[in-house]
Ligand binder design. Structure first.
Ligand code: HEM
Length: 354
């Protein structure tokens, strides 16, 4: 994992390859004034800066609690965690008088036709995504940030994510067994697809349960037709290698890659659809067992874009009713606006807003 510098015009973690471990969390702000909100964002920034840079936690007197959880030992390793911070539309309600500062494309995540949303797992005033190579590093980071901001914000929901090493090569797999992330835009397309002019980005998070027991009873050919790619190599059904581009023009009625397949609906590669693309950064989750004894696992789908309506929602609308919907169930998530990067030691998240 290459260490990401904390300071810069954009938050660095967005373009990074998926980390082995992550935590995705949303918070309700309980600060009661604009001044307290500013203080919260300053504190969040300085703790994120410290966690990213690493070092020895501050020494405290003998009677107070220690400066950090101790989970990582006496020194927090430098470059071990990356932090992404964003704001939800609700931060711009009447509480802080920020309505006029709301990022123009930010709104609350709507419910889509195949959704079964649980309000306890939706929305939030702030979002945090922490990524690291080890599970205790992300948990230490979350504890550190939550502790330093007590009184300013409170956890609303949180889910742990993980990503596998490539098996055997190429892109990591999701829990349906398919490589996930193959056809992402390249970093050179980020300016046109991912970043706003101010260096922010819109983050869409969708918590999507996979009905894996049901999926595991489907034939391989049917699974591959639902996705549009081979399970073993990740190649499109008309190709040989993972990175081969599907040639839909040569297959107008979907004989080889069905018209209803996930990849063909998501990105039909027809004129005018190029700008709908999003940068996906999804990870897997496991929440144990549900009350019926079924495995509760799935995908923390996350994507980044300049405009969630024009990009994510266009793709989502095309996917409505796809065959894959029988095997997945979106239950939560939210829309957030990632703050522009923290430029220097004097800057903080959301400074332009406050
Ligand atoms: C591609 C799985 C949800 C958008 C893919 C691929 C797989 C996959 C296996 C092919 C490999 C790749 O290019 O990454 C899933 C699963 C989902 C899910 C299992 C739910 C649990 C979504 C959602 C969206 C989405 C909610 C957006 C609304 C896309 C896009 C592509 C893609 C844009 C790339 C298509 C292309 O450019 O060829 N997905 N996906 N997916 N998916 Fe999903």
């Amino acid at each position: 994992d290459a260490a990401q510098p904390f300071h810069g015009p954009r938050q660095a973690g967005v373009l990074a390859e998926p980390a082995r471990h992550s935590v995705v969390a949303a918070f309700d702000v309980i600060a009661e004034s604009r001044a307290e909100l500013t203080e919260l964002l300053r504190t969040l920034t300085s703790r994120a800066r410290f966690l990213t840079a690493g070092g020895a936690p501050a020494a405290l007197g003998i009677t107070g609690p220690p400066a950090d959880s101790g989970v990582l030992g006496p020194e927090v390793p430098g470059g071990a965690v990356s932090v992404l911070a964003g704001a939800g539309a609700s931060l711009f309600d009447e509480r802080f008088g920020l309505a006029a500062r709301k990022p123009p494309k930010l709104k609350q995540m709507p419910a889509f036709p195949d959704d079964a949303l649980d309000p306890q797992w939706c929305h939030g005033d702030l979002s945090l995504v922490l990524n690291a190579a080890e599970p205790d590093i992300v948990l230490h980071g979350l504890r550190d940030l939550a502790r330093a901001t007590r009184g300013g914000m409170q956890l609303r929901w949180k889910i742990d994510g993980f990503s596998s090493p490539p098996r055997p090569s190429g892109t990591p797999r999701n829990l349906l067994g398919f490589k996930d992330g193959t056809a992402n835009p390249s970093p050179s397309e980020a300016d046109s697809l991912v970043w706003t002019g101010e260096g922010g980005s819109y983050q869409v998070i969708r918590l999507i349960r996979m009905l894996v027991e049901f999926w595991d009873r489907v034939s391989l050919a049917e699974q591959e037709n639902m996705i549009g790619r081979r399970r073993d190599t990740g190649a499109p059904l008309d190709g040989a290698a993972e990175q081969d581009a599907p040639r839909y023009g040569e297959d107008p009625v979907g004989t080889v890659i069905p018209l209803t397949s996930h990849i063909r609906l998501a990105n039909p590669r027809t004129p005018g659809t190029d700008g709908d693309r999003v940068l996906r950064r999804s990870v897997n989750y496991d929440r144990g067992v549900d009350t019926n004894g079924n495995l509760d696992m799935g995908l923390v789908f996350a994507c980044y874009q300049r405009d969630p309506e024009r990009q994510f929602e266009t793709v989502q609308r095309r996917l409505a009713g796809e065959p894959l919907t029988d095997y997945v169930s979106p239950f939560g998530g939210g829309y957030f606006h990632l703050f522009p990067g923290v430029r220097d030691p004097a800057d903080h998240y959301g400074r332009a807003l406050l």
